[in-house]
Design a protein around this ligand. Structure first.
Ligand code: COA
Length: 395
């Protein structure tokens, strides 16, 4: 396997996770709730997937609002100002719009005035892909602080009559702040892969897609058993490759944070790697499959449970639509540069958020006034009056 080009490490900087946060809707949908919608049962869902319940967004919640909430929490842990961010990446399959990007909305709401922003589409592998892109931006020296978010409202694209898919997914968001450090560690290696020949086994169409009868389709489609086979074929191998690229062995890895799709997939990967299932973080029972959000949500809960400590080696691994998959290894630790707490950051953060809200309002008012001025400016009214006079004369 060819190694990464050496230019990757030319600045001597590494990318460390220095902040993290998650946001899930408060609305809980249990398996029994689902059994009232489609022909299924709590027992079937638990046996085949390990899922007990999932969170479903209400009318006022969206991918962007969940992403924003997770971002606020991550910036608070990082003790960082939004204006210190250089880049915001939102990994999502359920963006607010095709464009503008959900990342641009989050950038505006945070008041991250110096940051570039874009969405990344790599389905359930999106968060790991985004971490890799962010790491490269940091290592090349083009960014110092990057906010990476995985956010989804899968409930909006599900076919609620298809029991093969609607039982699996949920809504939520997770975010991390990656920051440059001269200390060794942070992201050590990553493996990104794709096999587009499998593009038709798991997909969310846009408005352009029609079925064989010519009807537009806009709901998720999944060939469940094909996806299951794919996942159990590629995940263990990509973990092995990423661990080897990092110069480590599986024994060095204290926790694997896999995409939370199905407990049976996690169990199968653990068996193939000859690792105890307890070395894998799992919260699929509480949230179901939240696609690009599942890994950062699981990471946040692993940290909360005290399962991640300074110096630990972690693997994150995603897989899903594309077909695409990705594994990444990192050594946990906050760079020395960020350990001394800067003063008044909390107050400045709150001030920035308030200013961001007012700035967005002012920009809109200004635009509204410009439009009014264009419609009712004296020059325009005069031209309209003259045109009316001329047409009256000609009549
Ligand atoms: N409740 C009850 N029965 C169901 C059901 C449900 N929610 N969904 C499917 N079934 C039925 C099927 O209709 C089928 O019935 P039949 O034998 O009479 O035709 C039977 O259960 C078996 O279906 P099958 O699709 O073979 O089940 P499975 O064991 O493969 O489990 C999944 C289905 C979806 C749980 C499983 O394929 C899976 O988890 N795949 C991976 C999905 C995934 O993780 N996707 C996201 C990746 S990012």
């Amino acid at each position: 396997m060819p190694k990464r080009p050496s230019a990757w490490r030319s600045t001597g900087l590494s990318a460390h996770i220095v902040g993290w946060g998650m946001a899930v809707p408060s609305g809980v949908m249990t398996n029994d709730d689902l059994a009232a919608l489609v022909e299924t049962s709590d027992e079937w869902i638990r046996d085949r997937t390990g899922i007990r319940e999932r969170r479903i967004a209400n009318e006022s919640e969206s991918t962007a609002t969940l992403a924003h909430k997770a971002a606020l929490a991550a910036l608070e842990v990082a003790n960082m100002l939004a204006s210190e961010l250089d880049l915001i990446i939102v990994a999502t399959s359920t963006p607010e719009h095709v464009f503008p990007s959900t990342a641009s909305l989050v950038q505006d709401w945070l008041g991250a005035t110096r940051a570039g922003a874009f969405d990344l589409s790599a389905a359930c592998s999106g968060f790991v892909y985004a971490l890799d892109v962010a790491t490269q931006a940091i290592r090349s020296g083009s960014a110092q602080n990057v906010l990476v978010i995985g956010a989804e409202t899968m409930s909006r694209v599900l076919d609620w009559q298809d029991r093969g898919t609607c039982i699996l997914f949920g809504d939520g968001a997770g975010a991390v702040v990656l920051s440059a450090g001269e200390d060794e560690g942070g992201v050590l290696s990553s493996v990104l892969r794709s096999d587009g020949a499998g593009c038709d086994v798991l997909l969310i169409p846009t408005h352009n897609v029609r079925d064989a009868q010519g009807h537009r389709i806009n709901r998720m489609y999944m060939a469940g058993s094909e996806v299951f086979k794919f996942a159990t074929r590629v995940v263990d191998e990509s973990i092995r490759q990423a661990v080897e690229e990092a110069g480590l062995t599986l024994d060095d890895v204290s926790l694997i944070v896999p995409h939370q799709a199905n407990q049976r997939i996690i169990a199968s990967v653990a068996k193939k790697l000859r690792l105890d299932e307890s070395r894998f973080m799992s919260n699929v029972d509480k949230y179901g499959n939240t696609s690009a959000a599942s890994i950062p949500i699981a990471l946040c809960e692993a940290i909360e449970q005290g399962r991640v400590k300074e110096g630990d080696h972690l693997v994150m691994v995603g897989f899903g639509g594309g077909l695409a998959w990705a594994a990444l290894v990192l050594r946990w630790g906050i760079p020395a540069r960020l350990k001394q707490a800067p003063t008044l950051v909390k107050q400045r953060r709150v001030l920035e958020y308030t200013l961001a809200r007012w700035r967005a309002r002012l920009v809109r008012w200004q635009r509204g006034l410009r439009q009014l001025w264009r419609r009712f400016s004296p020059g325009r009214l005069w031209r309209q009056w003259r045109a009316r006079q001329r047409s009256d004369k000609n009549r």
